[in-house]
Design a protein around this ligand. Structure first.
Ligand SMILES: NC(=O)C1=CN([C@@H]2O[C@H](COP(=O)(O)OP(=O)(O)OC[C@H]3O[C@@H](n4cnc5c(N)ncnc54)[C@H](OP(=O)(O)O)[C@@H]3O)[C@@H](O)[C@H]2O)C=CC1
Ligand SMILES: Nc1nc2c(c(=O)[nH]1)N=C([C@H](O)[C@@H](O)CO)CN2
Length: 254
């Protein structure tokens, strides 16, 4: 094992695929999950360590992060391995609620979505990065990595997921600050995908519409992210950057 990698939100889809791939690549994965889905058992079977982490409005996030950081530190000591990387993947793709009702009700609904988006995409990565930075910095002689999974929508905004996109933009700015603060011991980068994987229930019309948004017109799947993570981990020089995985969407003219 070359070191421990902590990845959040790894019970399904992209996080699960990347956690399994990193474990297979020889890292000791620590995966956090919210609900004990089948993916958690799959991770345990593969040798990953799985820890519960459910970020809710009424929980003490600072306490949750402090306790997680203590557990990760103890695991590094127990396994005699450095903390090699921290991957911020956990995410909720909530859109703005449908307008309706009186203004106050609408604003209360919008405020709840805004708080949820910034809690999971910005506040959790901020606190977790600051809590684990000292441990990451002692992974010497190798450098360590923080990798945040962002979204192409940071560059364009999103009419239907405004708070989501804004919170990912804040995450990308956090990457710049952390890259400046933690160099040269820790590299800090973001990966910004456009479409990776559709969700169950996405209609054929929505899928056709979405595929047409990029030049490549494919649903690439989670391997693109795993390959990008492995690329960043092996780099000695890339930091403070956003790796776009968008199928040429930025060149698709309306
Ligand atoms: N899928 C895509 O096409 C794209 C994805 N991305 C980004 O890639 C990353 C992975 O995407 P994807 O796999 O689709 O993500 P998912 O929507 O499948 O969510 C990832 C995980 O985050 C967890 N999570 C959600 N809310 C919370 C919370 N409050 N507390 C703790 N965990 C939580 C979920 O837990 P649970 O299993 O309990 O629901 C889930 O396992 C995300 O950051 C996403 O924004 C960016 C562009 C495109
Ligand atoms: N946490 C999530 N973020 C995003 C998802 C998702 O399923 N979960 N999906 C997308 C879409 O793929 C979008 O890019 C096109 O439909 C974006 N972010």
């Amino acid at each position: 094992m070359t070191g421990m990698v902590l990845i959040t939100g790894a019970a399904q889809r992209v996080g699960l695929h990347c956690a399994l791939g990193l474990q297979q690549a020889g890292y000791q994965v620590i995966a956090t999950y919210r609900q004990p889905k089948a993916g958690v058992e799959q991770l345990r079977q593969a040798g990953a360590i799985c820890l519960p982490l459910d970020i809710q409005p009424d929980t003490d996030l600072a306490l949750q992060v402090s306790e997680l950081a203590d557990t990760v530190s103890a695991l590094c000591q127990q396994h005699q391995l450095p903390l090699r990387a921290l991957i911020h993947n956990a995410s909720s793709w909530a859109g703005e609620s449908e307008s309706g009702g009186n203004l106050l009700d609408q604003l209360r609904a919008d405020a709840a979505v805004f708080d949820d988006m910034f809690r999971i995409h910005t506040k959790l990565p901020y606190l977790l990065s600051r809590a684990l930075a000292p441990l990451l910095a002692t992974a010497l002689p190798q450098t360590a990595d923080i990798i945040a999974i962002s979204d192409f929508a940071v560059t364009t905004g999103s009419c239907n997921h405004m708070a989501y996109a804004a919170s990912k933009a804040a995450l990308e700015n956090l990457v710049l600050s952390l890259a400046r603060q933690l160099a040269p011991q820790v590299k800090v980068n973001a990966i910004a995908p456009a479409l990776l994987m559709f969700n169950e229930g996405d209609s054929a019309e929505y899928k056709a519409y979405t595929l047409k948004k990029s030049l490549m017109e494919i649903e690439p799947g989670p391997t693109e992210v795993l390959q990008s993570i492995l690329y960043l981990l092996q780099s000695r020089y890339i930091t403070g950057r956003v790796l776009a995985l968008d199928g040429g969407r930025h060149l698709k003219l309306p």
